[in-house]
Design a protein around this ligand. Structure first.
Ligand SMILES: CC[C@@H](C(=O)O)C(=O)SCCNC(=O)CCNC(=O)[C@H](O)C(C)(C)COP(=O)(O)OP(=O)(O)OC[C@H]1O[C@@H](n2cnc3c(N)ncnc32)[C@H](O)[C@@H]1OP(=O)(O)O
Length: 252
């Protein structure tokens, strides 16, 4: 299966399970994420939600280019982009803290997924970046909107997006994207991060999360994420984008 869902001791974990494809997102993973959100949104006993990837090479390498390259026009690309933007809006507005356990490379849409979470707990060996610019597109799943809404250092965010570079863990921390860095296994990294918060009653976490969501709602974040998907769809149909993806796929 392309994903795993586990609920243990108040922690619900969604694992993208395509390590041989560096956990690229295809429609099966999207279906899984939708199922996960449906479960977590309605279970009062869940204190923390976690998103991670299988193996130690990648958190997520973004959209599966071999599957999505078939979309040639904006009209064809938009349903996939907007569906994922809506799922990431739901992820970002879950009633409990959401942790991206960035166990390895997070690029393109992988960075968008992590940006939709409240916290990014990053392996010291991980690399991450909004590399969409190198494919002649922007982020299309609402990730840039998430960053501009949550992070207040406009210049650093704009540079992070437009440079389209891959950064190491220390750089990610200084940009303000990584919340914390761990050296051990992902399991230990997560355990240590959660243990700093677990003593506080889950209702307190939920109450603060509600306040932050209220703040974002006033900024029309969902509409802005869908506009981001629309803008990306327009760039998607360009010759420059198709050529860049063909060049990536030829390297296979
Ligand atoms: C579609 C939405 C859009 C958005 O809104 O943001 C996007 O997400 S655009 C997609 C952006 N992603 C990429 O461009 C992926 C680029 N991938 C990489 O840079 C690297 O794979 C990596 C993530 C840094 C990992 O490097 P490494 O560990 O060296 O692995 P390989 O490169 O050898 O990859 C192994 C295997 O997996 C295939 N692969 C990786 N990512 C994707 C992907 N996103 N789509 C399809 N296939 C992917 C890669 O081609 C290799 O395949 P094989 O050669 O057949 O083993």
């Amino acid at each position: 299966m392309a994903y795993k869902i586990k609920i243990n001791d108040g922690v619900a974990t969604f694992t993208i399970n395509r390590p041989e494809m560096r956990n690229a997102i295809n429609f099966e993973v999207m279906d899984g994420l939708e199922k996960f959100l449906g479960i977590v949104e309605n279970d009062e006993k869940i204190a923390f939600a976690v998103i991670t990837g299988s193996g130690d090479r990648a958190f997520c390498s973004g959209g599966d280019l071999s599957e999505f390259h078939g979309f040639r026009t904006a009209i064809e690309a938009y349903p996939m982009l907007s569906r994922m933007a809506s799922l990431l809006f739901r992820l970002s507005t879950l009633p409990m803290p959401v942790i991206a356990l960035v166990n390895g490379a997070a690029v393109g849409g992988g960075c968008e997924i992590a940006s939709a979470c409240d916290y990014r707990v990053v392996s010291s060996k991980a690399r991450a970046g909004f590399i969409q610019g190198t494919l002649a597109i922007t982020s299309g799943w609402g990730g840039a909107t998430q960053l501009f809404t949550k992070m207040k250092n406009h210049d650093a965010v704009l540079k992070f997006l437009t440079e389209a570079k891959i950064h190491n863990a220390e750089e990610l921390k200084s940009i303000g994207w990584a919340t914390s860095i761990y050296d051990d296994t992902a399991e230990i990294g997560l355990h240590e991060f959660i243990s700093t918060m677990k003593d506080i009653h889950p209702d307190v976490h939920r109450a603060y999360k509600k306040i932050s969501i209220q703040n974002w709602k006033n900024t029309e974040i969902e509409n802005r994420m869908l506009e981001e998907a629309e803008q990306c769809a327009k760039l998607w149909e360009s010759e420059a984008h198709h050529k860049a993806v063909e060049s990536f796929l030829r390297k296979k």
